[in-house]
Design a protein around this ligand. Structure first.
Ligand code: ADP
Ligand code: MG
Length: 385
């Protein structure tokens, strides 16, 4: 008997945002059915899925329905690892609750990175006011981050002195924090790795990421780094996935630091990642399809890059007070591909969509993506006058 999960089996996903939407599209393209669990009645993936369980993530009845799916995955790391472990008694859960738990906490995450033989920036945990009596000069200037629940640069404060550190700890409500040395970044990169149950893994090309206000703004591929450094980054991502015995799609964010371009691991995401959206339009397979294949027991698909590209996030900032942004800016462009997530409310800083520009090289793609973003913003500024 085949051990593969074949269509039209039902696949379940915790969360119904844009990552779940793109996962649902990939799953349906391969003939599967999808059940989404998300408490928001307007959750984008809820509209695309066959079943939308519109309730809280720990609702026992909903979890029982998910337990009947052939396999279950998650679109975000802050889902209860206990719920995932409970589901694993009844169905295939990828990634495992244990792996998701590692990524939920910056302390366990850093510990695993270290255990895998990879380096992180220097850091210390600050759990109480007593801890602040220590000497943290070696970590200053630094960034104080909440140990859990941070995303898109939220829950982070840059501190230059010991006094600022104390102040920042109070500002973060004295929750358990990590103080990281602030390093000078030559570049930020990420690697999306797909690892199968039998240990076989495959990486997508290295992505170079440009952030604005703590939020990913652009992803360029190929990254503008030496081929040797890129292959080292891919090996590191595979090494980490292996150490964690990870199954599924995982993104590893890394910093390139110092004159000798050392690679340090920043954090991991136990799921497809915003910096991997370029794979939808520029690779032989995409990160969502890869997740479907892996959770159904198949081998990872080829990840070859078909064209240099740049992905640009579209935030709520480009929505005019009334109406919609002028999508003709992107849709009239021959080599740009638009993806809108169908979110009802546009808020400042909220990820509403993205587009990918294909070009002869990634720098050209970035230049064009920036121009298109400026044109979108210009339209909005004029519409708001
Ligand atoms: P988030 O979970 O919000 O993505 P990150 O730890 O990835 O949190 O931090 C967000 C961004 O802040 C990073 O992409 C990087 O630009 C910057 N940053 C984070 N940590 C450091 C550090 N130790 N040194 C320098 N820059 C950092
Ligand atoms: Mg990050």
């Amino acid at each position: 008997m085949s051990s593969y999960i074949l269509s039209p089996a039902m696949l379940g996903i915790l969360g119904g945002g844009q990552l779940a939407s793109m996962f649902t599209i990939a799953a349906k393209q391969l003939g599967y059915s999808v059940t989404v669990l998300d408490p928001d009645p307007d959750a984008p993936a809820g509209k695309l899925a066959d079943v939308h369980l519109c309730t809280t993530y720990d609702n026992q009845h909903a979890l029982q329905i998910l337990a009947q799916c052939a396999a279950v995955t998650t679109e975000f790391e802050n889902v209860s690892a206990a719920s995932m472990q409970w589901l694993a008694q009844y169905t295939n859960v990828f990634p495992s609750g244990e792996c998701v738990a590692v990524a939920q906490d910056r302390e366990t995450e850093k510990a695993w990175i270290g255990k895998s033989g990879l380096s992180t920036v220097p850091y210390a945990m600050i759990c109480s006011i007593e801890d602040l009596r220590g000497d943290f000069n070696a970590l200053l200037p630094g960034i104080l981050k909440t140990a859990t629940l941070g995303y898109d640069g939220k829950g982070q404060i840059t501190v230059c002195t010991q006094d600022e550190l104390v102040e920042a700890f109070f500002q973060l409500q004295q929750v358990r924090c990590i103080l990281e040395k602030k390093v000078e970044l030559k570049a930020e990169i990420s690697v999306v790795v797909a690892r199968q149950t039998d240990g076989q893994s495959r990486c997508f090309p290295v992505a170079e990421n440009i952030h604005q206000n703590g939020i990913l703004a652009y992803t360029l591929v190929p990254a503008r780094l030496s081929v040797a450094l890129q292959s080292q980054a891919q090996k590191m991502a595979q090494q980490l996935a292996e150490a964690m015995n990870y199954v599924g799609v995982m993104a590893v964010e890394m910093f390139v630091v110092g004159t000798n371009e050392e690679l340090v691991v920043n954090e991991i995401a136990p799921r497809p990642h915003n910096s991997g959206h370029y794979t939808l339009d520029a690779c032989l397979s995409n990160q969502f399809e890869q997740q479907v294949r892996l959770m159904c027991g198949f081998a990872p698909a080829a990840t070859d890059l078909l064209s240099p590209c740049c992905m640009a996030n579209i935030l709520g900032n480009v929505w005019p007070t009334k109406g919609q942004p002028d999508w003709s800016v992107i849709l009239n462009d021959r080599t740009s591909k638009l993806h809108l997530y169908g979110k009802k409310v546009a808020r400042h800083g909220r990820k509403m969509g993205h587009f990918t520009v294909l070009a002869d090289d990634s720098t050209l793609a970035l230049v064009k993506a920036r121009t298109l973003c400026e044109q979108l913003m210009q339209y909005t500024d004029e519409a708001n006058l």
